[in-house]
Design a protein around this ligand. Structure first.
Ligand SMILES: Nc1ncnc2c1ncn2[C@@H]1O[C@H](COP(=O)(O)OP(=O)(O)OP(=O)(O)O)[C@@H](O)[C@H]1O
Ligand SMILES: [Mg+2]
Length: 377
């Protein structure tokens, strides 16, 4: 199937009969990479990615994202485990036999070649006849919204345009899987935002199974169907963006993904914790009584004037607080609020602006038990 057919056909390429329960299109089983000197870069990564889905690999610098992607691409041999595509073990197959498209952070375009020659590179390698190659290059440039740019040199194009050429070059071979390693990190904030939408749009239109490496949580949450959060070479959690954000599996994930208050607490029982001077209801926990940590998102805390206490629902937590600091950030205002021991960070959108708050003011902070998550220390 050509890129154009794939573009026009809403069904994902290589679609399986609907009746068969679909196993992952791309599967990693116990994938591990140990470098010389006993560096465990990636340890026992297991995942199962459905056809046509976009997986984001998210994590701090050095957590093993690129190493994982390079093993999938075949650019790095795996130490142990297996990589499968459609149940076919490709672990030992060289990169050019995997039929994967790759895009890296630093475009890696050939500077001496024109845009069209860059895009045609993979087709030339595959000895695709010239006329067909010309047609497919034009299609690919159309797809990334650069029709007519074929005769330019990469240096005559902006960073965003060069990255779109790199994407066209990856897609022109009609790859089975698309692999992207921080493709947007050299672009400024506004262009990144635009390119995120564009990549997602193309990925969904082609229905191409994609792995996208990023250390940017907004990118992971907004673009991906599934997010794998990595820490120290391991997959700390894998799930939908909502799973990861609303139900983080560990303190690491709660802290890494989105802003959050992380505070020392004492678990009293399966649904009560002590925090500073107060006792509060929390999301159900199986953690044994004793010292632990709680996480509360700053924007899940409501601020109410002190005198409105009587209006508060009894099913929520409330704490009296004093404002230590206010910071205007444009779309939100951040407050540091002392609630008798711990300091809570609270965020409110600026559009409502109902409550005029100044340093020293006394307020009530209010939040739902479900928004108070308990973790082992
Ligand atoms: N060729 C190598 N030899 C030895 N150690 C390596 C090699 N390549 C990577 N590492 C180590 O493996 C770990 C994971 O590196 P990797 O490049 O996968 O991280 P990353 O998550 O992509 O980080 P970043 O966000 O900075 O790109 C790091 O500790 C790194 O130093
Ligand atoms: Mg990397």
């Amino acid at each position: 199937m050509t890129l154009a057919q794939r573009t026009l056909d809403p069904r994902p390429a290589h679609s399986a009969p609907a009746a068969r329960p679909e196993r992952g299109h791309l599967r990693l089983e116990g994938v591990t990479k140990r470098f010389a000197g006993d560096v465990n870069a990636v340890s026992d990564v297991n995942l199962d990615l459905e056809r046509g889905k976009l997986l984001g690999l998210l994590g701090p610098s050095g957590c093993g994202k690129t190493t994982t992607l390079r093993m999938i691409a075949g650019l790095l041999p795996i130490t142990s485990g297996r990589i499968l595509v459609d149940d076919d073990d490709i672990s030992l197959r060289p990169p050019h036999q995997r039929d994967f498209g790759l895009v890296f952070q630093n475009y890696a375009l050939f500077p001496h070649m024109t845009v069209a020659e860059n895009v045609a590179f993979g087709l030339d390698m595959r000895r695709v006849p010239k006329a067909e190659a010309r047609r497919r290059v034009a299609e690919a440039l159309e797809l990334v919204r650069l029709p007519g740019y074929g005769e330019r040199k990469p240096r005559e194009m902006s960073g965003g345009q060069q990255q779109r050429v790199a994407l066209a070059r990856a897609l022109v071979i009609n790859p089975r899987i698309l692999l992207l390693d921080e493709p947007l990190s050299n672009l400024d904030a506004k262009l990144r935002d635009e390119m995120r939408r564009e990549i997602r749009e193309i990925q969904q239109r082609l229905g191409i199974t994609t792995v996208f490496v990023t250390h940017d949580q907004v990118e992971a949450l907004t673009m991906c169907d599934v997010v794998g959060v990595m820490s120290g070479g391991r997959l700390a959690q894998i799930g939908t963006p909502e799973d990861i954000y609303e139900r983080p599996a560990s303190l690491f994930v709660a802290d890494f993904v989105g802003r959050t208050n992380i505070l020392d607490c004492e678990v009293l029982n399966g649904h009560r914790v002590r925090l500073g001077d107060g006792v509060y209801s929390c999301a159900a926990t199986t953690i044994r009584p004793g010292k632990a940590k709680v996480a509360i998102r700053p924007h899940r805390i409501n601020l109410t004037p002190h005198r409105d206490r009587a209006l508060l629902s009894t099913s929520t937590n409330s704490a009296e607080g004093r404002v230590l600091r206010t910071t205007y950030v444009g779309d939100i205002v951040q407050y540091d609020i002392d609630i008798g021991g711990p300091t809570l960070q609270v965020e409110t959108p600026t559009h409502g602006r109902g409550l005029a708050v100044a340093v020293g003011d006394k307020l009530l902070c209010e939040w739902r038990p479900d928004d108070m998550l308990v973790f082992e220390r």
